[in-house]
Structures are given as structure tokens and as C-alpha cells.
Design a protein around this ligand. Structure first.
Ligand code: ZN
Ligand code: ZN
Length: 353
């Protein structure tokens, strides 16, 4: 007779999760959230280490997220806890269809906005304390929200991951939007570890297209988190003197910010800094750039009028400083983009010509 061999080492039954469905049920929610919190804490440490090599003061924050006040799965409290882990200075909770989350946001120290759906696009609306009712005409609705004093941004301008791809009409109407305006070049919807995916590549392409037309379009990077897990996977580094909502919105609206999930970027040409226009005397100067990532930089690229005009491949440098003459033939803008060793990315806002 053949001896039956054991399937489990003796005495190990008590370690098998499936034998304890009740505790396992709880862990199935808690453990992934804890893993994401560790990632958020790691990203906070990374930026803290980087700041030692970066002389400009900036605040970090995300302008787009959801809770169960619309179609998100988390609460405002869970969002706020994650914001703390990620070391973000500010977070807007922008639920769809209104601002019923506002009292909870006030209690938990985060800000609120909203994201109604209008014809062709969603609308990111910040700094408005009541529900906005769209008339289902994109250009009219944006103008009305601005008239009410709101800061408006275009979320996921080419669609969102994994399968929503906007059509030509949806992209084309952005050419008619009065500039300057704010537009996401990174949207982390449905992403959980890193925000970057091919929809962001197409958003960056559209951004270059609009900038090459001479439009002033300031970039934003937001998580669009529908689960608290994703808070912190991308953020805006805002060169604002203090963390007060009005100030942050004013500085973002001027494009004095960069988009990142790791690297820090500062660029200037003469007296013109990112988001500003370089006058004739500024253009006599080279573009001065400073890029920092304590976890190691691997590539820095300078883009002018949609063309790459400078590339450096680095071996995990923590800091990169360079001055580059931008060809006179560039007539619209220059911007800088960066990759880090672990794939993290950063995008400066442009200096406009
Ligand atoms: Zn949306
Ligand atoms: Zn959203």
C-alpha cells in the first residue's frame, strides 16, 4: 500500500488565512490600504530627502479625488488619513454632482471642490461653495463657473485609463477654450501604485499641440482617486508662499507649479519663471534648470515647441543643474520633463515666449 504524503507541514493549520474567514475578511480590506499607506509614507520621505538639494519653497497637493459622496469607495476621513501619510500639504475632494462632502472636509482638514459632467467633458471646479448645475454646453459652463469666481480645470482631457478614449470633437473643443486655462496632463483614475499610463501620454501630446498653437495651458497632475489607496501617487508642486486655499489656487492658475510623483523641478529664463512669459531681454539668457530626486534621476529632457532640444542620460544623480541656450526658432514655449530610476516622472510648466 502506498503511504499518503501530507499536503501541509505539521502544526501549520493555524497560519492558514482561509481557516479564519472572519479575521481574513477584515484583513482583505485593511492590508491593501496599509500597503498603499507605506508607499505614500515612502514618497513623503523621498520628497523630504530631495528638499535638502532644492532651494525653492513649494507646497504639495492634489486637486482631484472622490469619496462615497459620489462614486468613490472611501470616506473623507480615510482620504484625510492618506493625505497625512503622503505628506501632502493640501487635498481637494472633488465629488461629482455637488459638495455634500464639504462639512466632513472641514472637519478633517481637507478642501472640497466638485466635478460635474457637461457635454463633451467633465469639469474640475475649485473654490465654489455650492453645487454647480451645468447647462450641458462645455464652453458656456466653463465661462459661467469662472464668472462665479471658481478656479476651473480640465480633467483627463483625452479620456481616462483603462479604456475611455475621447474622440476628436472632445479634444478639438479645447482649442476654443479661452486661455490661460488649467488642464490635467496626468490623471490617476483607476491607477493605484503609479498614476502614469498611456492616457497621460496622449494628454501630454495634446498639451504640446495646444502650446504649439500659442495657447497658454498650465498643467496639473491629479490622482482622481476613487479609493483612498491612490492618494499621493501624483501631485502638484506649487511655488506658493503659504498653504491657504485662495493663495494655492491663484498660484496654480498662474502655472507656478510642476507635476510630479517624485522629482522636483525649477526652470527660469532671465527673470521669467515657469508659467511666465519670457520677454525679449529674458530670451537673451539660457534656460536655467534645476532637477532633484533623492532616489536618483535617469533622464532630463527639454522640449521647445513640441521638439526635444536637449536630452541628458544620468546615472542616478540626485541633482542636475544646467543652463541651455534655446534656439531662436522656438517661438512658443519651452518646458522640462524628467524620469527617475524607479520610473517616477516630473513635468515643469512651460516658460512661454
Ligand atoms: Zn472625471
Ligand atoms: Zn474625477
Amino acid at each position: 500500500m502506498k503511504k499518503k504524503l501530507p499536503l501541509l507541514m505539521p502544526g501549520c493549520e493555524k497560519f492558514q488565512s482561509y481557516r479564519f474567514p472572519k479575521t481574513n475578511q477584515q484583513a482583505r480590506w485593511d492590508y491593501p490600504l496599509r500597503m498603499c499607506r507605506w508607499l505614500a509614507e515612502e514618497s513623503a520621505r523621498r520628497v523630504k530627502d530631495s528638499r535638502r538639494h532644492f532651494r525653492w519653497k513649494f507646497l504639495r497637493g492634489d486637486c482631484h479625488s472622490h469619496t462615497h459622496h459620489s462614486d468613490g469607495i472611501g470616506t473623507v476621513a480615510e482620504t484625510a488619513a492618506m493625505v497625512k501619510s503622503a505628506g501632502l500639504d493640501f487635498q481637494f475632494v472633488t465629488d461629482h454632482w455637488g459638495v455634500t462632502q464639504a462639512p466632513e472636509c472641514k472637519r478633517h482638514g481637507v478642501w472640497f471642490g466638485q466635478e460635474p459632467v457637461t457635454k463633451l467633458h467633465h469639469m474640475g471646479i475649485l473654490g465654489l461653495n455650492h453645487a454647480f448645475a451645468p447647462k450641458m454646453d462645455f464652453l458656456v459652463d466653463v465661462a459661467e463657473a469662472k464668472r462665479l469666481g471658481a478656479t476651473v480645470f480640465v480633467p483627463h482631457p483625452t479620456g481616462w485609463w483603462p479604456v475611455t478614449a475621447y474622440n476628436a470633437e472632445q479634444k478639438k473643443i479645447l482649442e476654443k477654450l479661452p486661455d490661460p486655462f488649467l488642464m490635467e496632463i496626468c490623471n490617476g483614475a483607476n491607477n493605484i501604485v503609479t498614476a502614469w499610463d498611456y492616457t497621460d501620454d496622449s494628454a501630454v501630446k495634446l498639451w504640446d499641440h495646444l502650446l504649439s498653437m500659442g495657447r497658454v495651458v498650465h498643467a496639473m497632475g491629479n490622482t482622481d482617486a476613487h479609493a483612498p489607496h491612490a492618494i499621493g501617487i501624483v501631485w502638484n508642486g506649487v511655488f506658493a508662499p503659504r498653504c491657504e486655499q485662495k493663495t494655492i489656487l491663484a498660484v496654480l492658475s498662474k502655472g507656478r507649479s510642476f507635476v510630479s510623483n517624485g522629482p522636483l523641478i525649477h526652470i527660469a529664463m532671465g527673470r521669467a519663471q515657469m508659467g511666465e512669459r519670457a520677454g525679449e531681454s529674458d530670451r537673451r539668457n539660457p534656460l536655467k534648470m534645476t532637477v532633484v530626486d533623492s532616489r536618483g534621476l535617469t533622464r532630463v529632457r527639454v522640449v521647445a515647441d513640441g521638439r526635444v532640444v536637449g536630452t541628458w542620460h544620468l546615472e542616478d544623480a540626485a541633482k542636475f543643474e544646467r543652463a541651455l541656450r534655446i534656439p531662436k526658432s522656438a517661438r512658443r514655449y519651452v518646458r522640462v520633463e524628467v524620469r527617475s530610476r524607479d520610473g517616477a516622472r516630473g513635468y515643469s510648466n512651460p516658460v512661454y515666449f
